[in-house]
Design a protein around this ligand. Structure first.
Ligand code: PDD
Length: 290
């Protein structure tokens, strides 16, 4: 079955879906995005993704692409048309199409909206989680407003590729003071020798992950000790456990950082437990029921 994409009002086979060459996303990375997980036919944490999208749009002064629940209708329609049971929805909103000029278009233009779907086999993620992943650290070269989920991702792209070139799955970005900010496409967590779950506070230096938000709720329910604070790479290397979180990885145990094993070099019990409980803690909206 060919994949169906939504592009500016139309549902099209992905091979026929195109955007104009003067889309400001293409020329300036002037836009924002969301990646939402679909698990067992349900869209995971849709209200959180919509709230973050709204915030990103308003920080960049881009109008909402559709009024009211219009965007939700499109997301569920893309799931339905792709018969998406497990995978991801990618949605991108750019400022629109206008002759190239750095300032905002003088005549108001309609924001451009693209939604695509990707199916995955969830067993692959489970297999990876049972082994754990390796991390490579690298300087955080990004701008100072990475709390906005902007499509301007070049430093993230370069960091991820650097990690892959080193045989690692993810990069951890290190700020000028030696603290870990986050992963190139995930949030970073450690569990200290005292058993405290630590992740950086959601300031302007990290993206407030939707997975992170749901995990915080789960961690509170489990009454695990938690600290939202910065941690250094040295502290991570000495941690009992480490993991990353993202819609695309849920909770993924980290077993190696820069070639050093974390804990006993195997996925830790707390990370594995949080992964196992994640979907039960998340909000689910199902297309089959619509
Ligand atoms: N990225 N930090 C960064 C820099 C990210 O790109 C992401 C997600 C996260 C985790 O956010 P969430 O839990 O809402 O997925 C943190 C997506 C998955 C991506 O770019 O593919």
């Amino acid at each position: 079955m060919s994949r169906i994409a939504y592009v500016n009002g139309q549902y099209l086979p992905q091979s026929l879906a195109v955007v104009p060459i003067e889309d400001r996303g293409y020329q300036f990375a002037d836009g924002v995005y969301e990646v939402c997980e679909v698990f067992d036919g349900a869209l995971i944490d849709e209200p959180h993704h919509m709230a973050r999208l709204e915030r990103s749009l308003s920080e960049l002064r881009i109008d909402a692409p559709l009024a009211g629940s219009g965007l939700s209708v499109v997301l569920h329609e893309v799931m339905r048309r792709n018969r998406l049971t497990n995978g991801f929805l990618y949605l991108q909103v750019t400022r629109g199409v206008a002759p190239r000029d750095h300032g905002f278009p003088q005549k108001p233009v309609r924001p451009a909206l693209v939604v695509t779907a990707k199916s995955i086999d969830p067993r692959k993620g489970e297999a990876l989680a049972s082994k754990g992943i390796a991390i490579a650290s690298t300087p955080d070269l990004r701008w100072k407003r990475v709390d906005i989920k902007s499509i301007s991702l070049l430093p993230n792209v370069l960091a991820k590729q650097e990690a892959r070139d080193k045989g690692c799955y993810e990069a951890w970005l290190i700020d000028e003071k030696g603290f870990v900010t986050e992963g190139s496409s995930s949030n970073a967590w450690i569990i200290t020798q005292e058993g405290k779950v630590v992740t950086r506070a959601a300031d302007h230096a990290i993206l407030r992950g939707v997975t992170r938000t749901t995990l915080m709720k789960l961690i509170a329910e489990l009454q695990l000790p938690v600290e939202e604070r910065s941690f250094t790479l040295a502290e991570a290397l000495a941690a009992r456990e480490a993991f990353i979180s993202a819609a695309t990885n849920l909770v993924m145990p980290v077993v190696m950082i820069d070639g050093h094993p974390i804990g006993d070099g195997k996925p830790g019990p707390i990370a594995s437990r949080l992964r196992g409980l994640f979907h039960a803690a998340a909000e689910k909206t199902e297309w089959r029921r619509r």
